[in-house]
Design a protein around this ligand. Structure first.
Ligand code: SF4
Ligand code: SF4
Length: 350
């Protein structure tokens, strides 16, 4: 079931959805990229349809609502501790197929990785519904088809993508309650016409990777990592844009000199930056950028799978898009495949 809407009709839909939900979507920030004339597309709260960037991949991911880069968790005094308040208004996030798959990875880590669920993540997660942005074509550096994240059949209430008349939307949950009416009534009242609409999914990308089935232990000492000790500047951007990176650190901010009154913050961390593996006594597990790269890459395509049965990486390509040193993560995967095949005595990775 679906509809074609003019841009004005979609604005009416957004206005109505905004009565119930806080709306978060990719937004193009003009000239706010790494150089003055470069735009950046990041997630922000939107009030109008024309703020939503439907035609380009976002540089940063949707995860920033669920796991903000910096979040105060609670306040403390000598005798009391109180968690921060969070608006209970439902949230609707617009995102693409690969990012919906990334959500499964975030849920895995924050909710299903041990006996305790992460309460602060859970309270945000419980507020959120999703709207899918269709992908009629692949973007630069995407390799979602190789990772099996190019399609998604559920987990969203409707999809939207550009159309020559405005936008076209398919309703996955037409009876969803979106305030004073159902989703279907809301779209029907604002549509140009009803139409057979299904979300677009890419079926192949220019960038293709093959994830090695077996990675030998010798990969840990392989010289392939040395190049990144020289090239990588450990800025951590590849982690911060990644929809599946979940590491954070804790910071206490004291309001008094005696350190007994203050707040505790959860702040995003990066396995690529200095200090991430520091331990008491001045030790550091991974000193070189090559060792850090080895950890990051093998975590994404080997270690997470060993633990949970599927790869962590969803193939969004944002790490390649954002790296100031033009380091290609997909090339590294290819090198790991080649080194593994050589060690396993295989030909062409088979
Ligand atoms: S974005 Fe590039 S330079 Fe920065 S830490 Fe990642 S790989 Fe290294
Ligand atoms: S590792 Fe790179 S390609 Fe994979 S999910 Fe993270 S940002 Fe996307």
């Amino acid at each position: 079931m679906g509809y074609v809407l003019s841009n004005d009709g979609f604005e009416q839909v957004i206005q109505s959805l905004g009565q119930k939900y806080r709306l978060f979507a990719p937004v193009r920030k003009k000239g706010a990229g790494r150089f003055t004339d470069i735009d950046v597309i990041l997630y922000d709260e939107v009030k109008h349809a024309d703020e939503i960037e439907l035609s380009a991949k976002s540089d940063y991911s949707f995860k920033e609502f669920l796991t903000p880069l910096s979040e105060t968790l609670f306040f403390f005094t000598e005798s009391q501790c109180r968690e921060t308040e969070l608006s209970e208004q439902p949230v609707l996030i617009f995102l693409r197929s690969c990012d919906l798959h990334a959500l499964r990875r975030l849920d895995q880590i924050y909710l299903e990785n041990g006996p305790e669920k992460d309460w602060f993540y859970m309270r945000r997660r419980g507020l959120v519904s999703f709207a899918l942005i269709g992908c009629p074509e692949s973007f630069e550096n995407c390799f979602c088809a190789s990772m099996g994240t190019n399609r998604t059949e559920d987990g969203y209430i409707f999809s939207v993508e550009p159309d020559e008349d405005g936008v076209r939307c398919s309703l996955a949950e037409p009876s969803a309650d979106v305030g004073e009416t159902s989703l279907d009534t809301l779209f029907a009242e604002n549509a140009l016409r009803e139409a057979e609409v299904a979300p677009s999914f890419v079926t192949e990308n220019k960038v293709k990777v093959e994830i090695p089935d077996k990675v030998p232990a010798s990969i840990l000492k392989d010289p392939l990592w040395d190049e990144y000790t020289v090239r990588c500047i450990n800025c951590g951007r590849c982690n911060f844009v990644c929809p599946t990176c979940t590491c954070y650190t804790m910071q206490d901010v004291y309001y008094t000199d005696n350190g007994k009154v203050g707040e505790r913050r959860r702040v995003g961390a990066s396995c690529m930056v200095d200090g991430y593996t520091n331990v008491a006594g001045g030790g550091q597990y991974r000193r070189t950028n090559g060792e850090r790269m080895r950890f990051k890459v093998l975590h994404k395509i080997v270690d997470f799978r060993k633990r949970f049965g599927y790869d962590m990486c969803v193939g969004c390509g944002r790490c390649d898009d954002v790296c100031p040193e033009y380091i290609s993560y997909t090339n590294i995967i290819k090198k790991v495949l080649g080194a593994s095949a050589k060690e396993n005595g295989e030909v062409n990775g088979k």
